[in-house]
Design a protein around this ligand. Sequence first.
Ligand code: UDP
Ligand code: MG
Length: 334
Amino acid sequence: MQIEENIKPLLSVVIPCYNEDEVIGETYKRLQAFCSELVNLEVELIFVDDGSRDRTRELLEGYAAEDSRIRLIVFARNFGHQIAITAGIDAAGGDAVVLIDADLQDPPEVVHAMVARWREGYDVVYGTRTERLGESAFKRLTARCFYRLLNRLSDVPIPLDTGDFRLMSRNVVDTFKAMPEQDRFVRGMVSWAGFKQIALPYKRAERFAGESKYPLRKMLRFATDGILSFSTKPLQMSVGLGMFCAFLALAGIIYALALRLFTNIWVEGWTALMLAVLFIGGVQLICLGIVGEYIGRIYKEVKNRPLYIVQKYVGFKQAGPALSRSPVVHQNDR
Ligand code: UDP
Ligand code: MG
């Protein structure tokens, strides 16, 4: 950290919000309390409104008008959690950046411990969940399986039971900003960046109010993104599956031939044939699907669309476009 004397380092806190009007008031209160406890550190609170359809945006604009520490990025539509985080990081001016959910599942108080570790010289301090309160057994089980499967498959070790709740130093933030990919699995990308990383165990609280914005469908999408953007092993596995089928077929041929040559019974035709056709058909479709997933991603990358579109920046000192990858910025208040 090269910090000039007398100038306090700046901590940027990025908070993605999607339809969070039930919790946002409480979140803001807790964050204010957190800020007032920070010593020798300036804070900016960067809220990203990810195309909310409730009153989240109005509330945030209200807070921003009163509090000069607040910055607000308003998306033109819902782009998803990972993209919202990315926009927050892009716009952050801090010497360190903290990612935190708007629903108070990640307690702001834990950030003090993260800052302490950062001051000891760590570049990434990621929260690992020792307990997950108020989440269904199904969510806990699927999350557990997912993190373990991901680690098996991924070429980069990605810490277990770790979400996006973390602190990153400027080095890591700049590295992250240089990563242009469309499919963004933020926690994996930060692991990939390297530097000095350390885990910080914490208890994941219950959602303060409102509902999870990750229904099963989105969770599956997120899990596939995680695996496919960090591994090409599924492709190798489809080769393995193909070899296995070829081997089965060979064994079948030898068996049928042996029966035909050395005995009077031979294999009944229809059932065996049908099974073989369906089996091979199924395996081929699975492999094609895997290849297709990768091709779909290549297609998305090749189109090279902007990651997100910002409708409005509020409370930033620099000009809008300098803050982001978004080409169109209609307004830049204040
Ligand atoms: N979120 C977002 N865009 C989305 C979905 C979620 O910005 O499309 C935000 C949401 O407001 C919250 C965070 O991402 O601050 C995590 O979402 P949620 O709490 O619903 O996920 P869970 O904790 O259930 O995994
Ligand atoms: Mg949550």
